[in-house]
Design a protein around this ligand. Structure first.
Ligand code: RTP
Ligand code: MG
Length: 162
């Protein structure tokens, strides 16, 4: 759900403010720092990378996915040959889940992450820096605003997002 900085609750601005007629449309997305990057001690570096990219952290939690949770989260891939291996990978150790907010958050996170195959990810992207291959690729990012809303609700109650 896009949110406006000028929505209810924002303090009033001076009438001649430079940003007076700018409407900044904020969007939310969900990321998971996967077991490979968390076990390698890279969660802090990835979070710093995302904050430098302008993402604001609305909710953050370290957790370990159960097999049922991993299967449900990636249910869209259940017919794919890599599904079983993906569930095994996503449950092998702790992950960090975060709800993020930014202008154009979904597309910008995908760009910041890089290609699914870490070996093909653009230099400087999270997957290029911290991933290994097509499966062990350091980070998940929602692929549409609709999926982002569902994925955020998978891990967080609305009241937890501040
Ligand atoms: P994600 O959902 O985790 O953000 O990744 P993605 O959109 O870039 O890629 P997707 O096609 O949704 O795949 C989900 C995750 O499954 C693993 N995978 N393994 N062995 C393989 O061929 C293969 N392909 C995908 C990766 O961990 C990928 O991120
Ligand atoms: Mg995906």
């Amino acid at each position: 759900m896009p949110v406006s900085r000028r929505s209810t609750g924002s303090p009033p601005r001076p009438a001649n403010s430079e940003t007076d007629d700018e409407e900044i449309r904020l969007e939310r997305t969900l990321t998971i720092f996967k077991p490979d990057s968390v076990s390698a001690g890279k969660a802090g570096a990835i979070l710093a990378h995302l904050e430098k990219e302008g993402f604001r952290v609305l909710g953050l939690r370290r957790t370990r996915l159960s097999p049922d949770q991993a299967r449900a989260f990636y249910a869209v891939h259940k017919e794919r040959p890599f599904y079983g291996a993906l569930v095994t990978f996503m449950t092998e150790g702790p992950v960090v889940v975060a709800a993020l907010e930014r202008e154009n958050a979904v597309a910008h996170l995908r760009k910041t992450m890089g290609a699914t195959d870490s070996r093909k990810a653009e230099p400087g992207t999270v997957r290029n820096l911290y991933g290994t291959d097509i499966e062990r690729n350091a980070i998940h990012g929602s692929d549409s605003p609709e999926n982002a809303a569902n994925e955020i609700a998978f891990f967080f109650r609305e009241a937890e997002l501040i």
